[in-house]
Design a binder for this molecule. Structure first.
Ligand SMILES: [Zn+2]
Length: 287
């Protein structure tokens, strides 16, 4: 059964590790992530962007697929199904469809409007026992056509949003989505410390987990990050393994064209990436 992300993130915060959010795109992604979490006894958050939800034909399909897998794969570890960078309307749709967690990304609104919409969702999520992630200070890079400026969040605005009663808070600290450019100056730990000082016990979320050096990830966890989002890295490992299979001509041998064979190396590559991240985040054995 899907659970809210609240308890797993509070445990992570208190235990000084982080839970990974791995975004899903299809059945192979979902299966790979769930099987790895179960094998390693790690809590896990499945992230779904609005674009990926649409790709999978809608949120109800996603909920049906994930709930089916939890049962058929006999998953015992805590799993949250979470909308990533949701609009207000998207969040309502996911809540209706059966997600156990949503992110409302109001970071592109003026702070007053972000506060107003987040407040409404806090009320709805509290009634239904769902976890809610809010965002302050947009995160750089490109995600589903939305390009952020990579700003650093204002700690006072973070406090305003955290005090509304959200479960977790994403705040820009120089992190960006997608691949990091060569000249990226690194995470702004001064900003993270200032935000932590203002938001107290609030589990913080680090977006754009692909390509941040390991020592920076570990330091961010030490400073209060309890959830780390990984998306691009699974896409890269899936694509590389699939390329290797085809370049080796394996799709042309026997029944190598069978999608169950063609997609298998990519699926295994996602498993390896998820395992690597869970080791780095320290969530193995914490379920
Ligand atoms: Zn993000």
């Amino acid at each position: 059964m899907l659970v809210s992300a609240k308890e797993m993130l509070e445990k992570a915060r208190d235990g000084h590790y982080a839970v990974g959010q791995f975004n899903i795109n299809n059945l192979e992604w979902t299966k790979a992530i769930l099987m790895t979490a179960e094998e390693l006894k790690s809590p896990v958050i499945l992230g779904v962007s609005e674009g990926a939800g649409k790709y999978m034909t809608g949120y109800k399909t996603v909920v049906g697929m994930v709930n089916g897998m939890l049962e058929e794969l006999k998953i015992t570890v805590p799993v949250a199904l979470h909308l990533d960078h949701g609009s207000y309307e998207g969040a309502l749709k996911c809540i209706e469809a059966g997600f156990s967690s949503v992110m409302f990304d109001g970071s592109h609104y003026p702070i007053e409007e972000n506060v107003e919409k987040t407040t409404e969702l806090v009320k709805i999520c509290a009634e239904k026992g769902l976890s809610l992630e809010a965002e302050v200070g947009s995160i750089g890079g490109e995600e589903d056509g939305v390009v952020g400026m990579g700003e650093v969040a204002d700690p006072a605005e973070c406090k305003r949003i955290a005090d509304l009663g959200v479960t977790m808070l994403a705040a820009g600290i120089g992190n960006i989505h997608g691949k990091y450019p060569e000249n990226w100056p690194g995470l702004r730990f001064d900003a993270l410390e200032a935000i932590k000082a203002q938001t107290g016990n609030m589990p913080l979320v680090l977006h754009g987990g692909t390509g941040i050096p390991e020592d920076m990830i570990k330091k961010a966890i030490d400073l209060g990050v309890a959830k780390i989002n990984v998306n691009t890295e699974c896409q890269l490992s899936f694509a590389a393994a699939t390329r290797e299979y085809i370049e080796a001509g394996k799709d042309l041998q026997g029944k190598g064209f069978d999608p169950r064979k063609l997609l298998a190396p990519g699926t295994e590559a996602i498993k390896a990436t998820v395992k690597e991240k869970m080791e780095l985040f320290g969530s193995i054995g914490k379920a």
